[in-house]
Design a protein around this ligand. Structure first.
Ligand code: UGA
Length: 435
């Protein structure tokens, strides 16, 4: 089976690497010369655990090739995946499909024999039909079937998620395409992952509905956390109690500074726009978006309050800046709201992040960059955990305290044991811990 992966971003690159590891021949096409230079040299342009090894192994085996030339890769392919970006469009919050459509236009002259063309990027309902319409107009003779095959992997555990998915979802109304996709995903089906075939519109909408539902769970538990603080309950106990009910499930019930990343904010916004346009507004999801926006602002205020009502001329140590651990991705990270708010109020920020500095530095000017939590704590009045990197869980808090000027810890991810922190004579503020 020959695959052409258009786009070597997060989803495209991880999918290309994993498909080639199944034994398929994959040509991954990207326009960004820097990215291509890295990839051709076997270097991953993104930080993702395990990806370097996978790239090296499959490039060496000749199963994974990177190129800027779309035409020959399309002509040779059984399946063309469209994995280009669909960012949030400035102004109206809708998904920007210009990269998808220009890839389709560029690919059109090159189809050769029966080819499955499938979206892998998250695209609004109706996109498969629109791609079909455009292709028919441009190449009425082309023997192509358009599918939707949304990807559900998470950054930081992308390879595990791709190779052990809860389900593979394929939207198609073409039997030949179904056969091809069945063959393509056979390695996963044999391992026990269900491969589901549905209508194209259902596949497209399911991706948005899944992300919106997960975002809803997070906003829900964040509000319950606030309630816990007011009534003397502990959100971790509440979350694990409700999570035992299998109808609810215990995943995505960790309270924090609000969700970020390249997917939830963009997909929630796009779903809201799609639903309004279809005159079937998803008012509950509109509220999720509002709650999440306010959450990030409220977390900055929480730090100000923990610092005694003002951070003017105070030093704040910030541990973790990326939107979540095990990634260098800063897109829509809560730190992008929290840090500037503290700076505006006169605080000096000393920050560290195991992987995020390269992307964070241009986005967060005026920070004193530190290599470690210990260094960040030096002379700090308040220490704030914004991202739950594992290495922060086992920090020697006594040593940290000795380096700090103040004695306040604000733990926006609940990584520390509240009682143990307080026993050290530190003032501790976690999330949703009402005691
Ligand atoms: C998310 C989905 O989880 C994937 O299934 C999906 O494929 C992906 O979006 C996508 O559409 O491409 P990702 O953005 O990589 O994946 O990260 P998540 O692990 O879902 O975390 C998203 C945000 O929610 C992070 O800011 C995280 O800190 C926050 N979060 C997550 C919480 O605050 N609490 C939780 O319990 C879980």
């Amino acid at each position: 089976m020959k695959i052409c992966m258009v786009g070597a971003g997060y989803v495209g690159l991880v999918s290309a690497a994993c498909f080639s590891d199944f034994g398929w021949t994959v040509t991954c096409v990207d326009k960004d010369p820097n990215r291509l230079a890295d990839l051709k040299a076997g270097r991953s342009p993104i930080y993702e655990p395990g990806l370097d090894d996978l790239l090296e192994r499959n490039i060496k085996a000749g199963r994974l090739v990177f190129t800027e030339k779309l035409g020959p890769a399309v002509a040779d392919a059984d399946v063309v995946f469209l994995a280009v970006g669909t960012p949030m469009r400035r102004g109206d919050g809708y998904a920007d499909l210009s990269y998808v459509f220009s890839a389709v236009e560029e690919a059109a002259p090159h189809f050769n024999g029966f080819t499955v063309v499938t979206t892998k990027s998250t695209v609004p309902v109706g996109t498969s039909r629109e791609i079909e319409r455009r292709l028919k107009a441009k190449r009425p003779d082309a023997d192509v079937a358009i599918c939707s095959n949304p990807e559900f992997l998470r950054e930081g555990s992308a390879i595990q998620d791709f190779t052990h998915p809860d389900r593979v979802l394929v939207g198609t109304d073409d039997d030949r395409a179904r056969d091809v996709m069945e063959r393509l995903y056979k390695p996963l089906a044999l391992r026990g992952s269900p491969v589901m075939f549905v209508e194209r519109e259902s596949a497209e909408l399911a991706k948005y509905a899944a992300n919106a539902f997960l975002a809803l769970k997070i906003s829900f538990i964040n509000e319950i956390a606030d309630l816990c603080e007011s009534v003397g309950a502990d959100v971790q106990q509440v979350a694990s109690a409700i999570g035992k009910d299998r109808r609810i499930g215990d995943k995505f019930l960790h309270p924090g500074p609000g969700y970020g990343g390249s997917c939830f904010p963009k997909d929630v916004s796009a779903l809201i726009r799609t639903a309004r346009e279809a005159r079937a507004p998803v008012s509950i999801i509109e509220q999720v978006e509002r709650v999440n926006h306010e959450r990030k602002l409220a977390m900055a205020i929480r730090v100000v309050e923990a610092a005694g009502g003002s951070v003017r001329n105070k030093t704040i140590a910030v541990l973790g800046l990326t939107f979540k651990p095990n990634t260098d991705d800063m897109r829509d990270a809560p730190s992008l709201v929290i840090v500037p708010m503290l700076q505006e109020r006169g605080a000096t920020i000393r920050a560290c992040d195991p992987q995020g500095r390269r992307h964070a530095e241009p986005l967060l000017p005026g920070i004193v960059w530190c290599d470690s939590a210990d260094q960040a704590a030096e002379g700090a009045d308040v220490l704030v955990v914004v991202t739950e990197w594992n290495e922060y869980r086992a920090l020697n808090l006594e040593a940290l305290k000795a380096r700090m000027t103040g004695n306040t810890i604000v733990d926006l991810r609940n990584v520390f044991d509240a009682d143990a922190v307080r026993e050290l004579g530190l003032s501790y503020s976690g999330i949703g811990r009402g005691r």
